[in-house]
Design a protein around this ligand. Structure first.
Ligand code: ADP
Ligand code: MG
Length: 348
């Protein structure tokens, strides 16, 4: 795995928005994601701010984040928090509230997604607070990636392509197959010496064409666990992984067969949240605790994967199913796009 550390984990932005003053960024670009990193870098981190929704507009919520150029977002404390300082953070790319999903896709995601057609495993993550727009953005970019994959297939008649899809969600520590509701709510995770982490009995469906693939993705979306919170009427309460396995073969004149196989993971995480903000209690609160715990563990796993020894084994705590999002998607992952999604209002 040839990945490098995104210097400042996305989680830090909520908690320590005053961390990196702009003046320091130029001098120490490695302190924040993006900046002048070496060319072998394979993790790309982008941020998208969503526009205020009607509720936020009508309650005149304070807009706490602003994009000041293509790479920098600035935190602007409200008058009430004069103690907090303005701080700025750099990323590979940042997208303001008026940005289109098309631009988010074109400026980074597209190359990562299409690398799977050349046999390079790739993962696209969306990470951020509940209601910051992760699912909205992931749906858009998945749709665009599917369009581009099938355009490539049409334009490459010399190769035979086969696409398979699997979909799972991790909800309250349990893994569920989104394409097979019969298989129960607690599928086992197994370590396979060849394949890495696999989910036992997870259904993989072959997609006949683009319409069929879209249909299967829609089934995954509709099967996913959602619930109402104060921040989002249909908040995703589970982590979702949609995996496309793309295989292609080319028969050469000499009779030899050149084949590629790679997986492309679309990971839409459940949002990090504060119970005080989501007004959660009962089941919602329990979900929220599982979600936060798993995101914290995921951060640790990603950080360990991306610094120091990259080819070695990264111990993953066995007891938590959530931590296997990282194990499941890291399998020979050679290209990764990590989108951090933010609502432009302050998270407090
Ligand atoms: P999350 O998955 O992070 O909890 P959602 O994707 O469900 O958040 O988005 C929350 C709400 O905000 C939804 O109603 C969604 O349609 C809206 N939304 C999110 N991003 C945007 C955007 N870029 N432009 C317009 N509306 C958005
Ligand atoms: Mg969501």
């Amino acid at each position: 795995m040839t990945v490098k550390a995104p210097g400042t984990p996305a989680t830090k932005i909520d908690k320590t928005p005053v961390g990196t003053p702009t003046t320091k960024i130029d001098k120490t670009p490695v302190a924040t994601p993006g900046g002048n990193r070496p060319r072998e870098e394979k993790i790309m981190v982008t941020v998208r701010l969503r526009p205020l929704n009607k509720k936020e507009q009508s309650s005149k919520d304070h807009v706490a984040w602003e994009c000041i150029d293509d790479h920098t977002i600035v935190y602007k404390p409200s008058l009430r928090e004069r103690a907090a300082q303005q701080g700025s953070f750099t990323f590979d790319k940042v997208f303001g509230p008026d940005s289109l999903t098309e631009s988010v896709y074109e400026d980074g995601v597209k190359n990562v997604a299409l690398s799977a057609l050349m046999g390079i495993n790739a993962t696209i993550f969306a990470y951020g607070q509940t209601s910051s727009g992760k699912t909205y953005t992931m749906r858009g970019i998945t749709e665009k990636a599917v369009n581009d994959i099938f355009t490539h297939i049409m334009n490459t008649p010399e190769r035979d392509f086969r696409i398979k899809i699997s979909g799972l969600e991790i909800y309250n520590e349990n893994v569920r197959d989104l394409l097979n509701s019969e298989s129960g709510r607690n599928l086992k995770l197994l370590d396979d010496p060849e394949k890495g982490t696999v989910v036992e009995k997870l259904v993989e469906e072959a997609a006949n064409d683009d319409q069929h693939l879209r249909h299967l993705i829609n089934i995954c979306d509709s099967q996913r666990q959602v619930g109402e919170t104060a921040l989002n009427d249909t908040s995703s309460r589970s982590h979702q992984i949609i995996r496309l396995t793309i295989e292609s073969t080319l028969r050469e004149n000499s009779g030899t067969v050149r084949s590629y196989v790679a997986s492309l993971n679309f990971v839409d995480l459940a949002g990090s949240e504060r119970a005080s903000q989501t007004n959660a209690d009962g089941a919602r609160l329990r979900e929220g605790c599982h979600i936060n715990l798993s995101l914290m563990t995921l951060t640790t796993v990603i950080r360990k994967l991306s610094v120091g020894k990259r080819s070695g084994h990264v111990p993953v705590p066995r007891l938590e199913a959530h931590t296997h999002i990282a194990a499941f998607t890291r399998r020979k992952c050679t290209d990764c796009h990590h989108m951090h999604i933010e609502s432009s209002i302050k998270s407090c």
